[in-house]
Design a protein around this ligand. Structure first.
Ligand SMILES: NC(=O)c1ccc[n+]([C@@H]2O[C@H](COP(=O)([O-])OP(=O)(O)OC[C@H]3O[C@@H](n4cnc5c(N)ncnc54)[C@H](OP(=O)(O)O)[C@@H]3O)[C@@H](O)[C@H]2O)c1
Length: 283
């Protein structure tokens, strides 16, 4: 079928829909409507976080959708103030209770915070391993981990993260971290996949969009999925929520793929903070 979203296998045997819907910067009052619209269109994967303040509204929209819980893949993330294992346990329970769910499909450490907590994200990760063991988190992963952070988990922990959710888009292709993931069976999830809109007017992308008769956003999202990454674009605009879903009925040829990858600006292409130094803890 033209618009079927592929399921990708995680290293723990579970599967994840390659395209989802992200809810960062969606106001709680607007979240249920946006998620409901996404579910109507066919999205079956929602990416939220305690930090976004809208887990309760995500859970409510899923409950009222008429879909079975098992049909929707839900991700949330541990907020930065809760890295100590005893705090992580409480925060995880709060996430489940805000979502009104007895389990979550994927739970991530949101940021490594290497300059906080004496650089100890390993004991935080071991708390997530507990959640996976007791079945309340079907899969566990990390977000914004750089290669040395992943190497440290490999040396000191038991479970290999199922995913690493990192900033990736045409201006920051983040190849080194992606390559580590490829080599170690950690799937890359590309956050801010259209760089919050910044890449959409790029002349190369506009040119390719004209050639294939698609929008810039569709071309960029298609580039991600052909690279094998998982994406969850955010929009509160119903037409865009639908447009972003329609990326499985065309392909980009190798030349187009290479032209888009060639837009990489390295570190200067980042739209978000550098994970090596980001140390924000919400008040
Ligand atoms: N782990 C992390 O640290 C982290 C960090 C950032 C994001 N994320 C996750 O990644 C998700 C996506 O990233 P993001 O929200 O930062 O940015 P994004 O998805 O790259 O871009 C969202 C922005 O692009 C606009 N947009 C969406 N579709 C469009 C289209 N078809 N045409 C034109 N404009 C369009 C949206 O506007 P409207 O809403 O006005 O339509 C919004 O301003 C987040 O929601 C979150 O789940 C994770």
């Amino acid at each position: 079928m033209a618009h079927t979203v592929p399921d990708i296998s995680l290293n723990d045997g579970n599967t994840i829909p390659q395209l989802g819907f992200g809810v960062y910067q969606i106001e709680p009052k607007d979240t249920a409507a946006a998620v409901s619209r996404a579910l109507e269109i066919g999205y079956r994967h929602i990416d939220t976080a305690e930090m976004y303040g809208n887990e309760a509204e995500v859970g409510a929209a899923i409950r009222t959708s008429g879909l079975d819980r098992g049909e929707v893949f839900v991700t949330s993330k541990l907020n930065n103030g809760f890295h100590r294992p005893e705090d992580a346990r409480k925060a995880f329970e709060s996430t489940l209770s805000a979502l009104k769910m007895d389990h979550i499909d994927l739970f991530l450490i949101h940021w490594p915070l290497p300059t906080r907590y004496d650089g100890d994200f390993v004991s935080t990760w071991k708390a997530l391993e507990e959640f996976r063991r007791d079945g309340r988190a079907r899969s566990i992963g990390v977000s914004n981990f750089q290669v040395p952070h992943l190497e440290r988990l490999a040396a000191e922990a038991d479970v290999v993260p199922a995913v690493n959710q990192i900033e990736v888009h045409p201006y920051l292709t983040n190849e080194q971290v992606r390559a580590y993931g490829d080599a170690h069976n950690i799937l890359t999830e590309a956050w801010s996949p259209i760089a919050q809109g910044r890449v959409l007017d790029d002349p190369t992308i506009v040119d390719i969009a004209e050639q294939v008769g698609r929008t810039s956003a569709q071309v960029v999202l298609r580039w991600h999925v052909q690279r094998g990454d998982i994406v969850f674009p955010k929009s509160t605009t119903p037409k865009r929520i639908e447009e972003n879903f329609r990326i499985f009925d065309f392909t980009l040829d190798d030349t187009a793929m290479e032209r888009i990858s060639g837009l990489d600006k390295g570190e200067t292409g980042r739209t978000g903070p550098n994970p090596d130094v980001f140390d924000y803890i919400p008040a």
